[in-house]
Design a protein around this ligand. Structure first.
Ligand code: C2E
Ligand code: CA
Ligand code: CA
Ligand code: CA
Length: 268
């Protein structure tokens, strides 16, 4: 049994080493991709459920055919997420400026914990806004639950940016450990309910209902992610959820395609 345990330890160590090497290789290729401009951004519509109008778009990074979940963690570990995130933010603000002018559309951008802990994060955001001409009130930053626990600097950045009019959304709500009571004390405006809530079918109804009600009680706007069917959209309207995002309303697509979609799917 002892020998088997040792074998297992050896196998585990080898696997760990391989993961580390693979990550290093990804980071190297990603570093090159940043220089050669292979990083692009796609946009996915977020609609007001009662009207079906597109109210905002989420910026999602794209690197050839590698899914973000396969390189974002390595980018975070290596710190490369800082220049990468800045690239996405700038591209998103630039793309969204004319959309905002024409249709009043907002843009929502994912921010990793590592970026929020940069001393000049708020400066970088302000610079992206100024350079693009997008008003602060049209920008939403998406953070994940837990990022703010114990990081005074991250909280200070968000307070500062919110004074400019930038909004803050908590992403993937329901996948972490935090409670709505904890959200009450944080500088946030929007709650994005994770798509795992919808996966449980009709059984998700009471859960979504209580999250929406509590979020509204805290003055937060609610967005449910992963809306794939008309039935799910109808259920969310009935439960009073404000907004929805998912394949039912539109897949992530390049900026050019999003421009065309916005011509047809906005109130203005
Ligand atoms: P996320 O922020 O939760 O983004 C939503 C993800 O759900 C996207 O995956 C989107 O394509 C996918 N999705 C949208 N609608 C549906 C649906 O109806 N059904 C299903 N099954 N999936 C749907 P994507 O683009 O692969 O991104 C994965 C994750 O990578 C994102 O999850 C986010 O955490 C991260 N990510 C993407 N772009 C960035 C970025 O620029 N910066 C950072 N820090 N993270 C990013
Ligand atoms: Ca997100
Ligand atoms: Ca999400
Ligand atoms: Ca996510």
């Amino acid at each position: 049994a002892k020998a088997a345990g040792k074998d297992r330890a050896v196998v585990y160590e080898a696997a760990l080493r391989e993961t580390r090497l693979r990550r290093l290789a990804v980071v190297e290729r990603l570093r090159t991709a940043l220089v050669t401009d292979e990083i692009t951004v796609h946009y996915q519509p977020i609609v007001t459920l009662r009207t079906g109008c597109v109210d905002a778009v989420e910026a999602l990074v794209r690197w050839q055919s590698t899914p973000p979940d396969a390189f974002i963690p390595a980018a975070e570990d290596s710190g490369l997420i800082v220049p990468l995130g800045d690239r996405v933010l700038r591209a998103a603000c630039r793309a969204a400026a004319p959309w905002h002018d024409r249709h009043g559309t907002s843009v929502t951008v994912n921010v990793s914990p590592r970026q929020l802990r940069e001393p000049d994060f708020a400066v970088m955001v302000r610079r992206a806004l100024l350079d693009s001409g997008l008003p602060a009130t049209a920008l939403i930053l998406e953070i994940t639950e837990g990022v703010l626990v114990g990081s005074a600097l991250a909280i200070a950045h968000l307070h500062e940016l919110r004074q400019d009019g930038v909004r803050v959304a908590v992403d993937d709500f329901g996948t972490g450990y935090s409670s709505l009571a904890y959200l009450r004390d944080l500088p946030i405006d929007i709650l994005k309910i994770d798509r795992s809530f919808l996966r449980s079918g009709p059984a998700s109804r009471p859960m979504v209902r209580s999250v929406v009600d509590l979020a509204h009680g805290l003055g937060l706007v609610t967005v449910t992610e992963g809306v794939e069917t008309a039935a799910q959209a109808a259920m969310l309207v009935e439960l009073g959820c404000d907004k929805g995002q998912g394949w039912h309303f539109g897949r992530p697509s390049p900026a050019g395609q999003m421009s065309a979609l916005l011509e047809n799917r906005t109130g203005a």
